[in-house]
Design a protein around this ligand. Structure first.
Ligand SMILES: Nc1nc2c(ncn2[C@@H]2O[C@H](COP(=O)(O)OP(=O)(O)OP(=O)(O)O)[C@@H](O)[C@H]2O)c(=O)[nH]1
Ligand SMILES: [Zn+2]
Length: 388
C-alpha cells in the first residue's frame, strides 16, 4: 500500500465502505466520481469515448458536459454495460454546472442509480473553461445530504503542444479570480486546472519532441508538485485504476513525498510549497486547525503583519500531521474547504509509507506563495501553544 506510483501494480483492496466488496444494495456503498477537466481541445471527449469502448468490466457512468446554445440543457449520460453503451438523458436545468450539478445533477444521478442499479464509477467531463475548484467541494463535502457519491479525484488533461502557450496566455486568464495589477503574473484557466489536479494526463504526446515534452512536464511539476503525471497519445491510458479511477485523492495523502521531486521555479504564477512540522500535541493540532481557518477563510497569514504586495490564494492543500502519541492526522483541502481527520490507513492497521519518522508535512498549492513565509508562520502558531 506504499507505492501508488507503481503503474504495474494494481491498487490494493481497501477495507473501506464503497471499495467494491459490498453488495450494491448496501446503504453505505458510495460511488466515486472523477472530474475530468482540461483546456479546450485537450482530449477530454477522446478520453471518455475511449473509456466507453474499452473493455474494463466496470459500470461507468460518463457525463459529458457538452453545452448547447439552448437554455434547456440536457446532458448525455451514457452507461457502459458489458461493453455496450446505453444512452440516457439527464436533465440538469440551466447552464451553470457549478450550481446545477449540486441542485439537480447529484439527485439525478442518484435517482438514476435507484432505477438502474449503482454504477461502479462516475466520470464527469467539465467544459474546457471550467474551474474545478468550484466543482470539487460540491462532491467532496456532501455528507449532510447523505450523498451516495464521493469525490475520487480530479484528472486534468493537457495538450502537450499548446499547454505552455496557454499558461502564458494573458487572454486565457481565469474567470472568477479577481485580476488586478498587484496580483502578479496572470493566472490562466490552464493554471487553475493544473493546480487542482490529482492526476495530470499530458496528451497529444505524438505532436511534440521528447525535449518539448520534458519542458511541459517540468513546467507542470513546478505548478503542481503533488499530482501524478502520465503521458498519452489519443488519451489512451494503459489502465483505468490509478489513472482515472480509484484515485482516493481526497481520503489519502500518500503522495506527499512527491513534492521533493524538484524545486524549480519555472512558473511565476502558481507553485507548490511544503511545510514541515515536528510531532504535535493535541492542543497544537487545534492550533494548526485555527491557522488553516485564518489562512483559508480570511486569506490572511498569521503573524505576517500588513503585507502590501499581491495576496496569496490557496487552491489545494494536503498534509500529514504526526502526533506525539504516535497517531496521525490527515489534512485535505480545496480552496476554503478543508478537513483534518484520522489517517484511515493507520487506523485500519495498514502499512505506513516509508518516511523519515518524526516529520509532519503540509503541502500548499497556490498563487503568490513565494512572497510569504508560511513555514515560519505555522511554526510560530505551534510554538505559541507549547509555551502555555
Ligand atoms: N494528434 C493528436 N490528436 C488528438 C489526440 N487526442 C485527441 N486528439 C484530437 O484533438 C481534438 C480535440 O479532442 P477532444 O477529445 O474533443 O478534446 P476535448 O478536451 O474534449 O475538447 P473540448 O470539449 O472542445 O474542450 C480531436 O480532433 C481529437 O481527435 C492526440 O493524442 N494526438
Ligand atoms: Zn469535449
Amino acid at each position: 500500500m506504499d507505492d501508488w506510483d507503481d503503474q504495474d501494480t494494481a491498487p490494493p483492496d481497501l477495507v473501506e465502505a464503497g471499495s467494491g466488496e459490498l453488495e450494491p444494495e448496501e446503504k453505505s456503498f458510495k460511488v466515486p466520481i472523477t472530474i475530468v477537466t482540461g483546456y479546450l481541445g485537450a482530449g477530454k471527449t477522446t478520453l471518455l469515448n475511449y473509456i466507453l469502448t474499452a473493455q474494463h468490466g466496470k459500470k461507468v457512468a460518463v457525463i459529458m458536459n457538452e453545452f448547447g446554445d439552448s437554455l434547456d440543457i440536457e446532458k448525455s449520460l451514457t452507461v457502459n454495460r458489458n461493453g455496450e453503451s446505453v444512452e440516457e438523458w439527464l436533465e440538469v436545468g440551466n447552464g451553470c454546472i457549478c450550481c446545477s450539478v449540486k441542485d439537480t445533477g447529484v439527485n439525478a444521478i442518484e435517482s438514476l442509480m435507484e432505477k438502474k442499479g449503482k454504477f461502479d464509477y462516475i466520470l464527469l467531463e467539465t467544459t474546457g473553461l471550467a474551474d474545478p475548484g468550484n466543482l470539487a467541494p460540491l462532491f467532496w463535502m456532501d455528507d449532510g445530504l447523505g450523498s451516495t457519491i464521493y469525490l475520487d479525484g480530479i484528472v486534468t488533461l493537457v495538450d502537450a503542444k499548446n499547454i505552455l502557450r496557454s499558461l502564458d496566455d494573458a487572454a486565457g486568464k481565469a474567470e472568477g479570480h479577481e485580476e488586478s495589477d498587484d496580483h502578479g503574473p496572470v493566472m490562466t484557466t490552464a493554471h487553475v486546472q493544473i493546480s487542482h489536479a490529482d492526476v495530470i494526463v499530458i496528451n497529444k504526446s505524438d505532436l511534440v519532441s521528447d525535449e518539448d515534452l520534458q519542458a511541459v512536464r517540468s513546467r507542470i511539476e513546478s505548478i503542481n508538485g503533488l499530482a501524478k503525471i502520465h503521458v498519452t497519445a489519443q488519451s489512451v491510458v494503459p489502465k483505468l485504476e490509478g489513472f482515472l479511477l480509484d484515485l482516493h485523492a481526497y481520503d489519502r495523502v500518500e503522495e506527499l513525498d512527491r513534492t521533493d521531486r524538484g524545486h524549480s521555479h519555472l512558473d511565476q504564477t502558481i507553485s507548490t510549497l511544503s511545510i514541515s512540522l515536528p510531532p504535535l500535541t493535541a492542543e497544537q493540532v487545534k492550533a494548526v486547525d485555527a491557522w488553516l481557518r485564518t489562512l483559508l477563510w480570511e486569506n490572511v497569514l498569521p503573524g505576517h503583519g500588513n503585507f502590501q504586495g499581491p495576496v496569496f490564494e490557496i487552491h489545494r492543500l494536503k498534509g500529514r500531521l504526526l502526533l506525539q502519541d504516535g497517531s496521525e492526522r490527515m489534512v485535505q483541502g480545496v480552496r476554503e474547504v478543508f478537513e483534518i481527520f484520522e489517517n484511515p490507513i493507520t487506523q485500519w492497521g495498514g502499512q505506513k509509507e516509508q518516511e523519515s519518522p518524526g516529520t509532519g508535512k503540509l503541502v500548499l498549492i497556490g498563487r503568490n506563495l513565494a512572497n510569504f513565509d508560511f513555514q515560519r508562520s505555522l511554526q510560530d502558531c505551534v510554538d505559541n501553544v507549547s509555551g502555555i
